[in-house]
Design a protein around this ligand. Structure first.
Ligand code: DP6
Length: 323
């Protein structure tokens, strides 16, 4: 097979990944848990140049109809080098990708991008990988991409290369309201900020042990189908991540005043019986989990803080065309 197309969705972590024990293999300092979304997919086609007749010595990468930056292309090439190593191939590829996330929503993520690329590239280069091995492969492009191979709730295990993959976990049914409070590009990439946190935060060792504890508690809460406990862990864990990020040198602060206002508004809604819990990734936008029956009320209640989008649990990366 020499051309393949795959689709993958972003995921939002409820227990966050923040820090690597191996930057080359992208092995995390602790496990994490996320919800794969049913919106904002990335669709990626990998065509081997031998099939298209464009016999070049470089990979080409276009994103949303434009030639991608040298940085982005370099990252794709390094990822494809790993695939070529596994496949015993030297053939270059033409990679064409479209991302349906609104610009700046913090969802045009490397997670959906590398999950789709891993799935399409593995098929195009003829690798026969199961979902677990595809998750391990996607991890090499971006850690959080390992989780976008999985439907719905996914736990990504820490460990060595062979054991660090994501797999499905059962848990409470939930929806998520994404509140986009700011669409500006973030000043420090999560990759660079993660490194800075590990190197300079005095709290980093405590962050690692507390994440291990949060993940163990989260897995118990999921197994018990306990939405309230899942929510409480989600919110306190997110604030801990932002605390450790703010404690690095020089400091980084991703949450904006409006982000904090959303956390406060969600806490106030809880007092009124609308049970929801906030989280935020490396940026100012807030994702709020809620029970399905209260999801529309939550969306309406948060509409004043920015653009809001109600999403649910979606599918892990899939091959959609293998011809
Ligand atoms: C805050 O997966 O983008 O979203 O492995 O360096 O590519 P790299 O990092 P990435 O980091 C995601 C960080 C986060 C938390 C999370 O998704 O768990």
């Amino acid at each position: 097979m020499t051309t393949a197309t795959a689709r993958a969705y972003p995921n939002i972590a409820l227990v966050k990944y923040w820090g690597k024990q191996d930057e080359d293999l992208i092995l995390p300092v602790a496990g994490s848990l996320s919800l794969t979304l049913d919106a904002f997919p990335t669709t990626t086609t990998v065509a081997l140049d031998a099939a298209t007749g464009t016999d070049t010595d470089i990979d080409t990468f276009s994103l949303n109809g434009a030639v991608a930056s040298a940085d982005a292309t370099g990252r794709v090439t390094r990822f494809l080098d790993r695939v070529r190593e596994l496949a015993g191939s030297e053939t270059r590829a033409t990679v064409t990708s479209t991302n349906e996330a609104p610009t700046g929503a913090g969802l045009a993520s490397s997670a959906s991008g590398f999950a789709a690329l891993a799935t399409a590239a593995a098929a195009a280069y003829g690798l026969d990988l199961d979902r677990r091995d595809l998750s391990r492969l996607a991890r090499r492009g971006s850690g959080s991409a390992s989780r976008s191979l999985v439907d719905g709730l996914a736990v990504w295990h820490a460990g060595d290369d062979a054991h660090s993959y994501a797999e499905a976990v059962a848990g409470p049914d939930m929806r998520m309201v994404i509140v986009t409070v700011d669409t500006a590009q973030k000043a420090v990439s999560s990759r660079a900020a993660m490194r800075r946190t590990a190197l300079t935060s005095p709290f980093f060792p405590a962050w690692i042990s507390s994440t291990e504890e949060s993940l163990a508690a989260m897995l118990e809460a999921c197994a018990a189908d306990d939405f309230t406990r899942v929510g409480r862990i989600t919110e306190s864990h997110a604030l801990r991540m932002h605390a450790v990020i703010q404690s690095c040198d020089p400091p980084i602060r991703y949450l904006a005043p409006t982000s904090v206002a959303v956390f406060d508004a969600v806490a106030a809604l809880r007092e009124q019986g609308l049970e929801a819990y906030s989280t935020a990734d490396a940026g100012p936008n807030v994702a709020v989990i809620v029970r399905p029956e209260q999801a529309e009320d939550l969306r309406d209640a948060l509409a004043g803080f920015g653009s809001v989008r109600l999403v649910g649990a979606g599918d892990g990366a899939r091959l959609i065309d293998a011809g």
